[in-house]
Write a protein that binds this ligand. Structure first.
Ligand code: A2H
Length: 257
């Protein structure tokens, strides 16, 4: 982590309906009228996008809505990510950062977004404790089938919706989706390893770091797709293909930092 440049795929989650708090914050903002707004999530595993069940933000993180390289599309992410993107042909012109609104993560919770390739027509924006403002875009797309961090967070949200200030309906019927099979952990790698290691919460950080490493390696080297257009292909083969297809369809952008 933090060593050398990271090749991310930024997934564009189109806002279907903002939470009432965000709608109030954007009321009267002429810059957002008639524009498509995307929450932009950085991932290292584009092949897992079939398994998206929600999107995570940090409640105390500051986000902005920024003009992108496409005149009818706005990107929602941290200002830090917008500055980096401005030098990667993802803003109106090289180095130019144009912010049209300020938001805080807390306001975004409960918004609905369309997650590309997900089996769910739309998914909710939910809070995660460990989202770093200093990495990626500050928006994390959630794949609880294959990410132990995501699965552990989803378990917390299901157990304590009041504590996390969410409606149970935003997560209860969005169970992990089997998308990749591996010899070691089966078709729901993250739930399996969390059960084996007795990980019950996103607060179990030491155990989660070990689980993340084990599942990531096993998925990459031994995983086989069991969903989508590349069903039956090894993950190593499917990953670059799915990444490129998402980019070609305008549903993702390459991003480095
Ligand atoms: B990954 P690296 Cl299925 N704060 O995407 C915390 N975590 C963040 C983040 C931020 N600001 N930005 C991105 N991430 C997450 C999918 C996934 C990911 C799966 C399995 C493992 C996995 C679905 N979530 O990551 O520190 C994103 O979650 C395990 C390495 O730059 C992103 O990829 O190496 C990953 O962390 C980037 O982590």
């Amino acid at each position: 982590e933090g060593v050398g440049p990271q090749d991310y795929t930024c997934i564009k989650l189109k806002v279907v309906e903002f939470s009432p708090e965000t709608q109030a914050a954007l009321a009267g903002n002429k810059e957002v009228e008639g524009k498509q707004i995307f929450m932009v999530a950085a991932t290292l595993r584009p092949e897992t996008m079939y398994g998206q069940t929600n999107c995570f933000v940090g409640v105390d993180i500051k986000y902005g809505i920024f003009k992108s390289h496409k005149s009818d599309e706005l990107f929602l992410m941290t200002e830090r990510a917008a500055r980096n993107m401005a030098f990667q042909n993802l803003s109106p012109s090289n180095g130019e950062v144009v912010k049209v609104a300020d938001l805080v993560g807390r306001q975004l919770v409960g918004s609905q977004v369309k997650a590309p390739l997900s089996t769910f027509a739309s998914v909710y924006v939910l809070p995660m404790d460990g989202v770093l403002a200093t990495k990626g875009t500050g928006v994390v797309t959630s794949v609880p089938s294959d990410s132990p961090d995501d699965f552990a967070t989803v378990m917390d949200l299901k157990k304590k919706p009041d504590y996390y200030k969410i409606q149970p309906e935003w997560i209860v019927s969005y169970d992990p989706v089997p998308i990749i099979n591996t010899p070691t952990y089966g078709s729901l790698a993250a739930p399996t390893i969390c059960a084996q290691m007795k990980i019950a919460s996103q607060k179990d950080k030491t155990q989660l770091a070990l689980a993340k490493d084990a599942v990531y390696k096993d998925g990459f080297y031994n995983g086989v797709m069991i969903i989508g257009d590349h069903n039956g292909k090894p993950v190593q083969e499917a990953k670059p293909l799915i990444r490129q297809e998402l980019i070609d369809a305008g549903l993702a952008v390459p991003y480095n930092e």
